[in-house]
Write a protein that binds this ligand. Structure first.
Ligand SMILES: *Cc1c(COP(=O)(O)O)cnc(C)c1O
Length: 471
Protein backbone atom coordinates (compact mmCIF):
# COMPACT_ATOMS: atom_id res chain seq x y z
CA UNK A 1 0.00 0.00 0.00
CA UNK A 2 1.19 3.52 -0.66
CA UNK A 3 0.31 6.96 0.59
CA UNK A 4 -2.18 7.56 -2.22
CA UNK A 5 -4.52 4.85 -0.98
CA UNK A 6 -4.26 5.63 2.73
CA UNK A 7 -7.58 7.42 3.06
CA UNK A 8 -9.42 4.99 0.82
CA UNK A 9 -8.22 2.11 2.97
CA UNK A 10 -8.89 3.88 6.17
CA UNK A 11 -12.44 4.75 5.20
CA UNK A 12 -13.11 1.15 4.24
CA UNK A 13 -11.88 -0.04 7.62
CA UNK A 14 -13.90 2.57 9.43
CA UNK A 15 -17.00 1.64 7.47
CA UNK A 16 -16.56 -2.06 8.29
CA UNK A 17 -16.14 -1.13 11.94
CA UNK A 18 -19.21 1.09 11.85
CA UNK A 19 -21.38 -1.65 10.40
CA UNK A 20 -20.53 -3.97 13.26
CA UNK A 21 -20.29 -1.64 16.19
CA UNK A 22 -23.75 -2.22 17.58
CA UNK A 23 -23.63 -6.00 17.20
CA UNK A 24 -22.12 -8.94 19.06
CA UNK A 25 -20.01 -8.29 22.12
CA UNK A 26 -19.22 -4.71 23.04
CA UNK A 27 -15.65 -5.70 23.83
CA UNK A 28 -13.38 -8.67 23.16
CA UNK A 29 -12.17 -8.70 26.73
CA UNK A 30 -8.66 -9.88 27.66
CA UNK A 31 -6.67 -9.49 30.84
CA UNK A 32 -3.88 -6.90 30.35
CA UNK A 33 -1.07 -9.48 30.06
CA UNK A 34 -3.00 -11.43 27.44
CA UNK A 35 -3.86 -8.31 25.48
CA UNK A 36 -0.23 -7.25 25.53
CA UNK A 37 0.63 -10.61 24.03
CA UNK A 38 -1.94 -10.15 21.27
CA UNK A 39 -0.92 -6.60 20.44
CA UNK A 40 2.81 -7.38 20.30
CA UNK A 41 3.72 -3.78 20.81
CA UNK A 42 7.42 -4.44 20.21
CA UNK A 43 6.39 -6.59 17.29
CA UNK A 44 8.16 -7.02 14.00
CA UNK A 45 7.59 -4.47 11.35
CA UNK A 46 9.37 -2.21 9.02
CA UNK A 47 9.38 1.51 9.41
CA UNK A 48 7.60 3.42 6.68
CA UNK A 49 5.35 0.49 5.88
CA UNK A 50 1.66 1.41 5.51
CA UNK A 51 0.50 -2.21 5.71
CA UNK A 52 2.04 -2.36 9.17
CA UNK A 53 0.23 0.81 10.14
CA UNK A 54 -3.10 -0.60 9.05
CA UNK A 55 -2.33 -3.76 10.94
CA UNK A 56 -2.10 -1.67 14.13
CA UNK A 57 -5.26 0.21 13.22
CA UNK A 58 -7.05 -3.11 12.74
CA UNK A 59 -5.92 -4.32 16.15
CA UNK A 60 -6.99 -1.09 17.75
CA UNK A 61 -10.46 -1.42 16.27
CA UNK A 62 -10.75 -5.13 17.14
CA UNK A 63 -9.90 -4.82 20.82
CA UNK A 64 -11.36 -1.45 21.69
CA UNK A 65 -14.60 -0.96 23.56
CA UNK A 66 -17.43 -0.32 21.12
CA UNK A 67 -18.95 2.67 22.81
CA UNK A 68 -21.81 2.82 20.29
CA UNK A 69 -22.98 -0.63 21.36
CA UNK A 70 -26.30 -0.68 23.26
CA UNK A 71 -24.56 -2.61 26.09
CA UNK A 72 -22.22 0.31 26.79
CA UNK A 73 -24.14 2.17 29.48
CA UNK A 74 -21.18 2.92 31.68
CA UNK A 75 -20.31 6.51 31.04
CA UNK A 76 -21.95 9.82 30.36
CA UNK A 77 -21.16 9.50 26.66
CA UNK A 78 -21.35 6.80 24.00
CA UNK A 79 -20.24 6.61 20.38
CA UNK A 80 -20.17 10.10 18.91
CA UNK A 81 -22.64 11.77 16.57
CA UNK A 82 -21.66 11.14 12.97
CA UNK A 83 -21.45 14.81 11.93
CA UNK A 84 -19.03 15.45 14.78
CA UNK A 85 -16.92 12.46 13.74
CA UNK A 86 -16.70 14.03 10.28
CA UNK A 87 -15.63 17.25 12.01
CA UNK A 88 -12.92 15.40 13.94
CA UNK A 89 -11.49 13.85 10.80
CA UNK A 90 -11.43 17.20 9.02
CA UNK A 91 -9.87 18.87 12.07
CA UNK A 92 -7.13 16.22 12.06
CA UNK A 93 -6.47 16.53 8.34
CA UNK A 94 -6.22 20.32 8.50
CA UNK A 95 -4.30 20.23 11.82
CA UNK A 96 -4.20 23.70 13.26
CA UNK A 97 -4.37 25.39 16.63
CA UNK A 98 -7.48 27.40 17.45
CA UNK A 99 -5.53 30.06 19.30
CA UNK A 100 -5.28 32.76 16.66
CA UNK A 101 -7.39 34.01 13.79
CA UNK A 102 -4.28 33.90 11.62
CA UNK A 103 -3.83 30.18 11.92
CA UNK A 104 -7.47 29.20 12.43
CA UNK A 105 -9.80 31.70 10.76
CA UNK A 106 -12.79 29.41 10.19
CA UNK A 107 -12.60 27.73 13.55
CA UNK A 108 -12.31 31.07 15.35
CA UNK A 109 -15.54 32.22 13.74
CA UNK A 110 -17.27 28.88 14.34
CA UNK A 111 -16.36 28.99 18.01
CA UNK A 112 -17.64 32.53 18.41
CA UNK A 113 -20.80 31.62 16.55
CA UNK A 114 -21.47 28.59 18.74
CA UNK A 115 -20.63 30.59 21.81
CA UNK A 116 -23.30 33.14 20.93
CA UNK A 117 -25.80 30.42 20.11
CA UNK A 118 -25.29 28.85 23.52
CA UNK A 119 -25.35 32.18 25.36
CA UNK A 120 -28.74 32.77 23.82
CA UNK A 121 -30.01 29.30 24.70
CA UNK A 122 -28.84 29.71 28.30
CA UNK A 123 -30.17 33.27 28.52
CA UNK A 124 -26.92 35.13 29.33
CA UNK A 125 -27.12 38.61 27.89
CA UNK A 126 -23.49 39.65 27.75
CA UNK A 127 -21.50 36.46 27.84
CA UNK A 128 -17.76 35.90 27.96
CA UNK A 129 -15.88 32.62 28.10
CA UNK A 130 -14.88 30.00 25.57
CA UNK A 131 -14.70 26.35 24.69
CA UNK A 132 -12.43 24.54 27.13
CA UNK A 133 -10.98 21.06 27.35
CA UNK A 134 -13.87 19.78 29.48
CA UNK A 135 -15.92 20.63 32.54
CA UNK A 136 -13.17 19.76 35.01
CA UNK A 137 -11.14 22.59 33.59
CA UNK A 138 -14.19 24.77 33.06
CA UNK A 139 -15.02 24.41 36.76
CA UNK A 140 -11.49 25.40 37.65
CA UNK A 141 -11.53 28.40 35.34
CA UNK A 142 -14.90 29.52 36.73
CA UNK A 143 -13.52 29.24 40.26
CA UNK A 144 -10.45 31.19 39.20
CA UNK A 145 -12.45 33.99 37.62
CA UNK A 146 -14.58 34.12 40.78
CA UNK A 147 -11.44 34.22 42.93
CA UNK A 148 -9.92 37.04 40.92
CA UNK A 149 -13.22 38.88 40.95
CA UNK A 150 -13.35 38.66 44.75
CA UNK A 151 -9.66 39.48 45.33
CA UNK A 152 -8.84 42.18 42.79
CA UNK A 153 -5.08 42.08 43.33
CA UNK A 154 -4.62 38.35 43.50
CA UNK A 155 -3.29 38.07 39.96
CA UNK A 156 -0.24 40.11 40.90
CA UNK A 157 0.10 39.42 44.60
CA UNK A 158 -1.01 35.83 44.79
CA UNK A 159 -2.81 34.64 47.90
CA UNK A 160 -0.11 35.98 50.24
CA UNK A 161 -1.61 38.18 52.87
CA UNK A 162 -5.11 38.10 51.36
CA UNK A 163 -8.31 37.82 53.31
CA UNK A 164 -9.41 34.19 53.60
CA UNK A 165 -12.01 33.11 51.03
CA UNK A 166 -14.29 30.07 51.02
CA UNK A 167 -16.09 28.15 48.29
CA UNK A 168 -19.15 25.93 48.73
CA UNK A 169 -20.31 22.87 46.81
CA UNK A 170 -22.74 20.04 47.50
CA UNK A 171 -21.04 17.02 49.00
CA UNK A 172 -21.77 15.05 45.80
CA UNK A 173 -20.18 17.72 43.57
CA UNK A 174 -17.64 16.53 41.01
CA UNK A 175 -14.12 15.84 42.25
CA UNK A 176 -12.75 18.44 39.85
CA UNK A 177 -13.88 21.07 42.38
CA UNK A 178 -11.35 19.77 44.92
CA UNK A 179 -8.68 19.69 42.25
CA UNK A 180 -9.50 23.27 41.38
CA UNK A 181 -9.25 24.37 45.03
CA UNK A 182 -5.87 22.68 45.16
CA UNK A 183 -4.54 24.09 41.88
CA UNK A 184 -5.75 27.61 42.62
CA UNK A 185 -3.96 27.74 45.94
CA UNK A 186 -7.15 27.96 47.99
CA UNK A 187 -6.64 24.60 49.65
CA UNK A 188 -9.36 21.98 49.87
CA UNK A 189 -10.14 22.97 53.48
CA UNK A 190 -11.50 26.21 52.07
CA UNK A 191 -13.93 24.32 49.80
CA UNK A 192 -16.83 23.51 52.09
CA UNK A 193 -19.00 20.49 51.30
CA UNK A 194 -22.64 21.23 51.95
CA UNK A 195 -24.75 18.31 53.24
CA UNK A 196 -27.47 17.02 50.93
CA UNK A 197 -31.17 16.37 51.30
CA UNK A 198 -32.64 12.93 50.56
CA UNK A 199 -32.88 13.74 46.84
CA UNK A 200 -29.13 14.32 46.72
CA UNK A 201 -29.46 18.13 46.39
CA UNK A 202 -27.64 20.73 48.48
CA UNK A 203 -29.57 21.33 51.67
CA UNK A 204 -30.26 25.06 51.42
CA UNK A 205 -30.67 25.71 55.11
CA UNK A 206 -27.29 24.10 55.74
CA UNK A 207 -25.78 26.22 52.97
CA UNK A 208 -27.16 29.36 54.54
CA UNK A 209 -25.83 28.44 57.98
CA UNK A 210 -22.39 27.69 56.57
CA UNK A 211 -22.35 30.97 54.65
CA UNK A 212 -23.38 32.83 57.77
CA UNK A 213 -20.63 31.19 59.79
CA UNK A 214 -17.92 32.23 57.32
CA UNK A 215 -19.40 35.70 57.03
CA UNK A 216 -19.67 36.29 60.76
CA UNK A 217 -16.07 35.26 61.37
CA UNK A 218 -14.95 38.00 58.98
CA UNK A 219 -13.97 35.75 56.10
CA UNK A 220 -15.48 35.89 52.63
CA UNK A 221 -17.74 33.43 50.79
CA UNK A 222 -16.57 33.92 47.21
CA UNK A 223 -17.98 30.96 45.27
CA UNK A 224 -20.93 28.59 45.34
CA UNK A 225 -21.36 25.90 42.71
CA UNK A 226 -24.76 24.41 42.04
CA UNK A 227 -24.47 21.09 40.25
CA UNK A 228 -27.03 20.59 37.48
CA UNK A 229 -27.09 16.80 37.44
CA UNK A 230 -24.66 15.23 39.91
CA UNK A 231 -22.44 12.53 38.53
CA UNK A 232 -23.74 9.59 40.55
CA UNK A 233 -27.32 10.44 41.45
CA UNK A 234 -28.23 13.01 38.80
CA UNK A 235 -29.45 15.53 41.39
CA UNK A 236 -30.11 19.11 40.31
CA UNK A 237 -29.33 21.71 42.99
CA UNK A 238 -32.01 24.39 42.89
CA UNK A 239 -30.64 27.62 41.50
CA UNK A 240 -33.30 30.18 42.44
CA UNK A 241 -32.95 29.96 46.25
CA UNK A 242 -29.16 30.18 45.88
CA UNK A 243 -29.64 33.40 43.89
CA UNK A 244 -31.42 34.84 46.90
CA UNK A 245 -28.52 33.88 49.14
CA UNK A 246 -26.16 35.48 46.62
CA UNK A 247 -27.83 38.84 47.01
CA UNK A 248 -27.16 38.63 50.73
CA UNK A 249 -23.59 37.23 50.72
CA UNK A 250 -22.28 38.42 47.37
CA UNK A 251 -20.63 35.23 46.14
CA UNK A 252 -20.19 34.04 42.57
CA UNK A 253 -22.76 31.43 41.54
CA UNK A 254 -21.41 28.85 39.14
CA UNK A 255 -23.60 26.11 37.66
CA UNK A 256 -21.81 22.87 36.80
CA UNK A 257 -23.98 21.45 34.03
CA UNK A 258 -21.34 19.08 32.65
CA UNK A 259 -23.87 16.26 32.67
CA UNK A 260 -27.37 17.62 33.22
CA UNK A 261 -26.80 21.05 31.67
CA UNK A 262 -27.90 19.50 28.38
CA UNK A 263 -31.47 19.97 29.63
CA UNK A 264 -31.05 23.62 28.68
CA UNK A 265 -31.82 22.66 25.07
CA UNK A 266 -35.35 21.56 25.87
CA UNK A 267 -37.55 24.50 26.93
CA UNK A 268 -39.63 22.06 28.97
CA UNK A 269 -36.69 20.57 30.86
CA UNK A 270 -34.93 23.90 31.23
CA UNK A 271 -37.92 25.10 33.20
CA UNK A 272 -38.10 21.90 35.21
CA UNK A 273 -34.43 21.52 36.12
CA UNK A 274 -32.66 24.83 35.51
CA UNK A 275 -35.01 27.60 36.62
CA UNK A 276 -33.00 30.74 37.36
CA UNK A 277 -29.97 29.67 35.29
CA UNK A 278 -30.00 32.89 33.25
CA UNK A 279 -29.08 34.82 36.39
CA UNK A 280 -26.15 32.62 37.40
CA UNK A 281 -22.62 34.03 37.04
CA UNK A 282 -21.22 31.14 35.04
CA UNK A 283 -22.31 27.89 33.48
CA UNK A 284 -20.48 24.94 31.98
CA UNK A 285 -21.88 22.18 29.82
CA UNK A 286 -20.21 19.25 28.10
CA UNK A 287 -21.44 18.75 24.58
CA UNK A 288 -19.64 15.42 24.55
CA UNK A 289 -21.86 13.87 27.22
CA UNK A 290 -25.62 13.72 26.78
CA UNK A 291 -25.55 15.62 23.49
CA UNK A 292 -23.20 13.19 21.77
CA UNK A 293 -20.42 15.33 20.26
CA UNK A 294 -17.07 13.58 19.93
CA UNK A 295 -14.85 13.85 23.04
CA UNK A 296 -13.87 16.49 24.21
CA UNK A 297 -16.35 19.29 23.59
CA UNK A 298 -17.22 21.85 26.23
CA UNK A 299 -18.37 25.39 26.71
CA UNK A 300 -17.83 27.73 29.66
CA UNK A 301 -20.02 30.84 29.73
CA UNK A 302 -19.56 33.76 32.11
CA UNK A 303 -22.55 36.06 32.55
CA UNK A 304 -22.49 39.81 32.35
CA UNK A 305 -19.27 40.44 34.25
CA UNK A 306 -17.59 43.15 32.25
CA UNK A 307 -14.44 41.38 31.13
CA UNK A 308 -13.87 39.43 34.38
CA UNK A 309 -12.96 36.45 32.20
CA UNK A 310 -10.39 38.31 30.13
CA UNK A 311 -9.00 40.08 33.20
CA UNK A 312 -8.51 36.84 35.09
CA UNK A 313 -7.18 34.73 32.25
CA UNK A 314 -4.91 36.97 30.22
CA UNK A 315 -1.35 37.08 31.50
CA UNK A 316 2.20 37.27 30.28
CA UNK A 317 3.59 38.57 27.03
CA UNK A 318 1.99 36.84 24.06
CA UNK A 319 2.91 39.51 21.56
CA UNK A 320 4.97 37.06 19.53
CA UNK A 321 1.77 35.17 18.86
CA UNK A 322 -1.32 37.32 19.17
CA UNK A 323 -2.16 40.18 16.84
CA UNK A 324 -3.99 43.32 17.85
CA UNK A 325 -7.68 42.93 17.64
CA UNK A 326 -8.02 45.61 14.96
CA UNK A 327 -5.73 43.88 12.50
CA UNK A 328 -8.22 41.08 11.88
CA UNK A 329 -11.17 42.73 13.61
CA UNK A 330 -11.52 39.67 15.74
CA UNK A 331 -10.07 38.76 19.09
CA UNK A 332 -7.69 35.79 19.22
CA UNK A 333 -9.19 33.08 21.41
CA UNK A 334 -5.80 32.00 22.70
CA UNK A 335 -5.35 35.21 24.70
CA UNK A 336 -7.75 33.97 27.39
CA UNK A 337 -7.02 30.26 27.15
CA UNK A 338 -5.13 28.18 29.71
CA UNK A 339 -3.28 26.57 26.86
CA UNK A 340 -1.19 27.99 24.08
CA UNK A 341 -2.07 25.42 21.44
CA UNK A 342 -5.83 24.83 21.32
CA UNK A 343 -7.46 21.90 19.64
CA UNK A 344 -10.19 22.71 17.13
CA UNK A 345 -13.28 21.55 19.01
CA UNK A 346 -15.66 24.00 17.38
CA UNK A 347 -16.04 22.30 14.01
CA UNK A 348 -17.50 19.04 15.30
CA UNK A 349 -19.89 20.91 17.53
CA UNK A 350 -20.96 23.25 14.75
CA UNK A 351 -21.64 20.33 12.40
CA UNK A 352 -23.76 18.56 15.05
CA UNK A 353 -25.63 21.80 15.67
CA UNK A 354 -26.42 22.22 11.97
CA UNK A 355 -27.35 18.58 11.49
CA UNK A 356 -29.60 17.99 14.51
CA UNK A 357 -30.61 21.56 15.31
CA UNK A 358 -31.38 22.97 18.71
CA UNK A 359 -34.81 21.38 18.61
CA UNK A 360 -33.49 17.96 17.63
CA UNK A 361 -30.97 17.94 20.46
CA UNK A 362 -33.59 19.12 22.94
CA UNK A 363 -35.92 16.33 21.79
CA UNK A 364 -33.11 13.87 22.28
CA UNK A 365 -32.66 14.90 25.90
CA UNK A 366 -36.41 14.57 26.46
CA UNK A 367 -36.32 11.12 24.91
CA UNK A 368 -33.52 10.06 27.28
CA UNK A 369 -35.61 11.15 30.23
CA UNK A 370 -38.52 9.12 28.91
CA UNK A 371 -36.29 6.04 28.60
CA UNK A 372 -35.01 6.62 32.14
CA UNK A 373 -38.59 6.63 33.41
CA UNK A 374 -39.10 3.37 31.59
CA UNK A 375 -35.92 1.84 33.04
CA UNK A 376 -37.04 2.89 36.49
CA UNK A 377 -40.35 1.11 35.96
CA UNK A 378 -38.53 -2.06 34.92
CA UNK A 379 -36.52 -1.99 38.17
CA UNK A 380 -39.64 -1.22 40.12
CA UNK A 381 -41.65 -4.07 38.61
CA UNK A 382 -39.08 -6.84 39.10
CA UNK A 383 -38.79 -8.15 42.67
CA UNK A 384 -35.17 -9.18 42.03
CA UNK A 385 -34.13 -5.54 41.55
CA UNK A 386 -34.31 -2.43 43.68
CA UNK A 387 -33.61 1.27 43.32
CA UNK A 388 -31.05 2.25 45.95
CA UNK A 389 -32.07 5.92 45.84
CA UNK A 390 -35.05 7.47 44.08
CA UNK A 391 -34.49 8.57 40.49
CA UNK A 392 -34.72 12.35 40.25
CA UNK A 393 -33.54 12.84 36.65
CA UNK A 394 -31.36 10.85 34.26
CA UNK A 395 -29.44 8.51 36.58
CA UNK A 396 -30.80 5.16 37.66
CA UNK A 397 -28.97 3.83 40.73
CA UNK A 398 -30.12 0.29 41.35
CA UNK A 399 -28.87 -3.14 42.36
CA UNK A 400 -29.71 -6.80 42.23
CA UNK A 401 -31.29 -7.72 45.56
CA UNK A 402 -29.53 -10.30 47.70
CA UNK A 403 -28.95 -10.78 51.44
CA UNK A 404 -27.82 -7.46 52.90
CA UNK A 405 -24.41 -8.72 54.00
CA UNK A 406 -23.55 -9.84 50.43
CA UNK A 407 -25.06 -7.00 48.46
CA UNK A 408 -21.88 -5.13 47.56
CA UNK A 409 -19.73 -8.14 46.67
CA UNK A 410 -22.52 -9.76 44.71
CA UNK A 411 -23.29 -6.71 42.60
CA UNK A 412 -19.61 -6.07 42.00
CA UNK A 413 -19.18 -9.59 40.70
CA UNK A 414 -22.34 -9.38 38.62
CA UNK A 415 -21.17 -6.23 36.91
CA UNK A 416 -17.74 -7.67 36.33
CA UNK A 417 -19.17 -10.81 34.68
CA UNK A 418 -21.33 -8.78 32.33
CA UNK A 419 -18.26 -6.78 31.39
CA UNK A 420 -15.84 -9.63 30.83
CA UNK A 421 -18.39 -11.56 28.79
CA UNK A 422 -18.73 -8.51 26.55
CA UNK A 423 -22.43 -8.13 27.29
CA UNK A 424 -22.71 -4.78 28.98
CA UNK A 425 -20.71 -2.25 30.92
CA UNK A 426 -22.66 -0.42 33.59
CA UNK A 427 -21.16 2.11 36.00
CA UNK A 428 -20.70 1.52 39.71
CA UNK A 429 -20.60 3.96 42.59
CA UNK A 430 -21.09 3.93 46.32
CA UNK A 431 -23.91 5.74 48.05
CA UNK A 432 -23.65 5.68 51.85
CA UNK A 433 -21.46 2.61 51.59
CA UNK A 434 -23.88 0.77 49.32
CA UNK A 435 -22.60 -0.29 45.94
CA UNK A 436 -25.01 0.80 43.22
CA UNK A 437 -25.13 0.01 39.54
CA UNK A 438 -25.52 3.32 37.76
CA UNK A 439 -27.38 3.04 34.50
CA UNK A 440 -27.03 6.00 32.12
CA UNK A 441 -28.76 6.23 28.77
CA UNK A 442 -26.87 8.42 26.32
CA UNK A 443 -27.01 6.44 23.12
CA UNK A 444 -28.96 8.40 20.52
CA UNK A 445 -30.24 5.17 18.96
CA UNK A 446 -31.43 3.76 22.29
CA UNK A 447 -34.99 2.40 22.38
CA UNK A 448 -37.05 0.57 25.02
CA UNK A 449 -35.94 -2.77 23.58
CA UNK A 450 -32.33 -1.93 24.47
CA UNK A 451 -33.36 -1.20 28.04
CA UNK A 452 -35.24 -4.51 28.15
CA UNK A 453 -32.26 -6.38 26.69
CA UNK A 454 -29.91 -4.83 29.23
CA UNK A 455 -32.04 -5.82 32.21
CA UNK A 456 -32.91 -9.27 30.96
CA UNK A 457 -29.21 -10.10 30.47
CA UNK A 458 -28.40 -8.64 33.88
CA UNK A 459 -31.15 -10.67 35.53
CA UNK A 460 -30.15 -13.86 33.73
CA UNK A 461 -26.52 -13.43 34.79
CA UNK A 462 -27.59 -12.43 38.32
CA UNK A 463 -29.80 -15.51 38.69
CA UNK A 464 -26.99 -17.71 37.44
CA UNK A 465 -24.52 -16.14 39.84
CA UNK A 466 -26.89 -16.61 42.71
CA UNK A 467 -27.25 -20.30 41.89
CA UNK A 468 -23.47 -20.64 41.73
CA UNK A 469 -22.31 -18.73 44.75
CA UNK A 470 -25.53 -18.18 46.64
CA UNK A 471 -27.17 -14.89 47.47
C1 LIG B 1 -18.33 14.71 33.91
C2 LIG B 1 -18.48 15.76 34.92
C3 LIG B 1 -17.49 16.71 35.11
C4 LIG B 1 -16.15 16.60 34.41
O1 LIG B 1 -16.25 16.89 33.07
P1 LIG B 1 -15.05 16.54 32.06
O2 LIG B 1 -15.50 17.19 30.80
O3 LIG B 1 -15.04 15.05 31.98
O4 LIG B 1 -13.81 17.10 32.60
C5 LIG B 1 -17.71 17.76 35.98
N1 LIG B 1 -18.88 17.84 36.66
C6 LIG B 1 -19.86 16.93 36.53
C7 LIG B 1 -21.12 17.09 37.31
C8 LIG B 1 -19.69 15.85 35.65
O5 LIG B 1 -20.65 14.93 35.52
Amino acid sequence: MNEESVFENLLQMIERYRQGYRKGKFVEYHEPAELKEILQLDGPGREGDWDEIFNWVGKYLDYSVKTSHPGFVNRMWTGANLPSVVGEIVAAVTNTSACTYESAPVSTLLEKYMFNQMAEVVGFERAEGQMTTGSSNANMIAMMVARNHALRDVKREGLFGQRKIFGFVGSDAHYSMDKAANILGLGTDQLIKVPLNDRGEMELRELEQLLEKVHSSGDRAFFVAATAGTTVRGAYDSIEPVLQLRSKYGFWLHVDGAWGGAAVLSPLLKKKFLAGLEQADSFTCDFHKMLGAALMCNILLINNKNNAFGTALSAGDGSYLFRDEDENMVEDLGVTSLQCGRRVDSLKWFLDWKFFGRRGLGDRVEKYLELCRYAESVVHDDPRLELVVPRTSFNICFRYRVAASRNNDFNYELRSRLYKQGKSLVGIAYIDGKLVLRLLITNPLAVKEDVDAFFSELLRTGDELQRQIGG
